[in-house]
Ligand binder design. Sequence first.
Ligand code: 13P
Length: 256
Amino acid sequence: MADFTGRKPYIAGNWKMNLDRMTALDLVKTIKGRLGDGDDREVAVFPSFVYLADVVAVAQGSPLGVGAQNLYFEEKGAFTGEVSAPMLRDVGATRVLVGHSERRHIFKEPNDVMGPKVAAALKADLLPILCVGETLEERKAGRTRQVVDKQLKAGLAGLTPEQAHRVTIAYEPVWAIGTGVNATPEQAGEVHAFIRGKLKDLFGIDASQGIRILYGGSVKPDNVKDLMAVEDVDGVLVGGASLKPDLFLPIIEFDR
Ligand code: 13P
């Protein structure tokens, strides 16, 4: 039986299609210099594919994790423009985002590829963050739970409790991403508790207690503490504010 104890706070920076090589490496150096031993919190950055190897090299010797923003579920073959899980491992990435809302909504990635992507990541020993979340329209129509449920079931399809324990969930309401309007702690808490309940249905109480659920969407230094105080919020997935040391460092170093 896997060890399902403890949920160390997880602060992840999704850089999206931002930063040039120099700026990315400078930012990694700065974060690395401030991390300490990483005992009480886990920090990771998700740069563009093309900078992964360089970022991994700079992060070496520190607890800073490095991951990709996407992957394809096949290992190799005629899939022009795609990147596989073994390729990500090969350049030193240890994590990967799956199903970010920008992949789902801008690039029309269907919900049913998320399960194969999560499975491919785990097979290559990458730790996936499965992103879920409703649009404003879906929230207004009272469909938040239904949407999140469907995304969780597809993304976690076929996993054993031991495998699920290596997955992190990120709840990112689409209406809160890049808008400056974060979900309130109450709104986040409600959906996170719902997700925890679904994880329990799928994988049992022990595994569900060990899986971290991050919140993402307009996380800033001035709201991180309140969000992190919510019972089922185990970390944050940060976009815009992860691009600048003066915003990302205070988020990483939030007062527990
Ligand atoms: P913002 O923090 O810029 O709202 O982005 C959130 C996000 O999409 C992280 O994956």
